[in-house]
Write a protein that binds this ligand. Structure first.
Ligand code: SAH
Ligand code: MG
Length: 198
């Protein structure tokens, strides 16, 4: 398993796959244990790196993960099998915005880590699949330190992407339904929970 993880890190570096930072996944694995998370939904599997580490963070945790890129999906399946985790991980090959999940599925943790420009859409679609006291964790909310500094960037794809992430952060900060905390770990993580009804 350790070998396989190292191999995946090398593959990601070689093929420019943006896998999560080590500090961030360590933070999430601890979070899964501390909060006794049992069911995780991940948006954006890539090659299965974060998926496999989340699934191995404790015995009774199961991960459903969605990936739209065929090559990465195949690589993910292969890695999940190689780690002997196919009973704990369900890999779905589809665009997350087109996926139809059964209405009675509920997840204790939803991990958003797919197209950064669509974060708000993912949040709005998948919040209905969160269990009562569930958490939504989002990765890359700092986006290499550009977030909050989009005005300094030249017009172009990077600027418009950073602006979208800034829009997502505003959406979280001004959300009537969820409270969000931001963590300066790795490329920036946020954790959102439903507000208490009082
Ligand atoms: N969570 C992974 C990294 C994911 S990288 C890890 O840390 O190991 C983001 C992935 O999301 C890419 O592989 C990309 O193909 C996928 N993706 C982007 N938009 C998507 C969408 N709308 N639906 C499904 N997958 C998407
Ligand atoms: Mg990420």
């Amino acid at each position: 398993m350790k070998e396989k993880i190292l191999e995946m890190e090398e593959y990601a570096a070689e093929h420019n796959v943006p896998i999560i930072e080590k500090k961030s996944i360590a933070f999430i694995m601890k979070f899964i244990k501390d909060n006794n998370i049992k069911n995780v939904l991940e948006i954006g599997s890539a090659i299965g790196y974060s998926t496999i580490l989340m699934a191995s963070s404790k015995d009774d945790v199961y991960v459903t993960t969605i990936e739209r890129d065929e090559t990465r999906y195949m690589e993910c399946l292969k890695n999940v099998k190689a780690c002997g985790l196919d009973k704990k991980i369900n890999v779905v090959y589809q665009d997350a915005l087109d996926v139809n999940l059964s209405n009675d599925l509920k997840f204790d943790l939803i991990f958003i880590d797919a197209a950064k420009g669509q974060y708000t859409k993912f949040f709005e679609k998948f919040k209905y699949f969160l269990s009562d006291n569930g958490f939504i964790i989002t990765d890359n909310v700092k986006f290499h330190g550009y977030v909050g500094r989009s005005d300094e960037l030249e017009k172009g794809n990077l600027k418009s992407l950073v602006k979208k992430i800034e829009g997502y952060i505003d959406f979280l900060k001004n959300n009537g339904e969820f409270d969000t905390k931001f963590y300066d770990v790795g490329d920036g993580l946020s954790i959102s929970v439903r507000k208490n009804e009082e």
